[in-house]
Design a protein around this ligand. Structure first.
Ligand code: GLV
Ligand code: MN
Ligand code: MN
Length: 413
């Protein structure tokens, strides 16, 4: 393929401009689905895609498709892209590198004079992060049919608002039945992302060719005990919901540490205490539990043991537990031909490359249900992600974008 010129200064400037569209001051990024920063971020990306001559489509929940038509536009396209939503107080590279880096890859291919046979399409997925509706990868779940139009419409945020209503308020109309794509809608889908772990940086490797994505599962737990005066109610009479939650939080940690698999991880990321007053016994607590493993069997073992513990703690403390499963997803295998294309592109570019698994989930977990999917990882400083000091160097991003562009070019023919 002709030499590719990646304009890394332009990409860095665009990432910085996007980082200013946030509900928190940089470097802490907060960009929650359909809030003003999210809508402004989408408008920003759309304008850049339009300037690059891409043909834009948006579906009924705001998944964005920006197409560079190929010489045989009726062939299934090659997809690339990621997300721009950001969990509270996170960093500016998670997802955005795959969206704006994907756009930069397309611009580099355009200026190389390539005329691809297949169209190349940039995707911006709606709500990869679970912040607003409690479940991650909303856009790609819906696209792949993992989330039905009815279940999608009925998702509720913390204020009880239905997704169907908030997406309409955000300007996304049309039937939710139209979001699902047919199997093999894309010939191949490739996502560029920061690793969000320390391996590439530690080993001095430029590119990760992802072979599989770990299996995530999540629970929502509501504990209802009995509140009262912190001075007046004696200890034997208490049914403190936070004490029950504390036992559960530690049991979640133990469950992950005792599956026998070093790859099992489990996290309680939300713990909301009601009524939340220094002199009031906690009457109810809301917890979330996130459990993952590369191997489904050990993930399921930890998940089951956590649920058993919740029941035991609830009985022993006289606290009612309501447990709802948010999601239980299997792992995804990345397509061999894409892994090979990423490796070949790395070799051609003179970049070191390593096969690895993704412990974080991505929209690729669900795109893999639609057709052959792959992911390219680049190093990020200290492996930090989901925190304000997340950082990927311009050099690392340039290599990632070049590898993505070469891979897309190869796959597009
Ligand atoms: C994605 O952000 C994840 O939680 O893995
Ligand atoms: Mn993330
Ligand atoms: Mn991400």
């Amino acid at each position: 393929m002709a030499e590719l010129k990646i304009d890394i200064d332009r990409l860095v400037a665009e990432l910085q401009e996007l980082s200013r569209l946030s509900a928190t001051e940089p470097p802490a990024i907060t960009r929650v689905l359909y809030t003003e920063p999210d809508l402004a971020g989408r408008a920003f990306v759309k304008a850049k895609c339009t300037s690059a001559g891409l043909v834009i489509r948006e579906d009924a929940i705001g998944n964005l498709f920006a197409r560079w038509p190929g010489s045989e536009p009726n062939l299934p396209a090659i997809g690339t892209g990621s997300h721009i939503d950001a969990i509270p107080h996170s960093g500016m590279y998670d997802g955005t590198v795959g969206v704006l880096g994907g756009l930069e890859a397309i611009r580099a291919l355009q200026s190389s004079g390539l005329r691809p046979r297949r169209s190349i399409e940039l995707l911006l997925f709606t709500s990869e992060e679970p912040t607003r509706f409690g479940i991650g990868c909303v856009g790609s779940r819906a696209m792949s049919g993992t989330l039905s139009p009815t279940a999608l419409a009925e998702l509720r945020d913390a204020d009880g608002k239905r997704l169907d209503d908030v997406r309409t308020e955000a300007g996304y109309r049309g039937s939710l039945d139209t979001v699902r794509l047919k199997e093999n809608h894309y010939a191949f889908f490739v996502e560029l992302h920061i690793e969000q772990g320390p391996i590439l940086e530690r080993e001095g490797i430029a590119i990760g060719a992802v072979t599989a994505i770990a299996a995530p599962a999540a629970l929502k737990v509501t504990l209802n005990g009995s509140g009262g005066h912190a001075g007046a109610v004696l200890m034997p009479q208490r049914h403190d919901a936070l004490c029950a939650a504390a036992e559960i939080v530690l049991a979640v940690e133990t469950a992950a540490k005792t599956t026998g698999s070093p790859d099992t991880v489990a996290t309680v990321g939300i713990c909301q205490v009601h009524p939340g007053a220094i002199n009031s016994i906690p009457s109810s607590v809301h917890l979330t539990v996130d459990v993952r493993d590369i191997v489904l069997e050990s993930r399921d073992r930890a998940f089951a043991s956590i649920q058993e513990t919740i029941q035991k703690v609830s009985t022993s403390r006289g606290v009612q537990a309501k447990v709802e499963t948010i999601s239980t997803d299997p792992p995804a295998t990345m397509a061999g031909p894409i892994v090979a294309a990423i490796e070949a592109a790395s070799v051609d570019g003179g970049f070191s490359c390593k096969r690895m698994v993704s412990r974080a989930y991505h929209d690729s977990l669900f795109m893999a249900r639609l057709g052959p999917t792959g992911m390219i990882f680049i190093p990020c400083r200290n492996g930090y992600s989901h925190r304000p000091d997340e950082y990927a160097s311009p050099e690392a991003m340039k290599i990632g974008v070049e590898t993505l562009a070469q891979t897309l070019g190869r796959l597009a023919g």
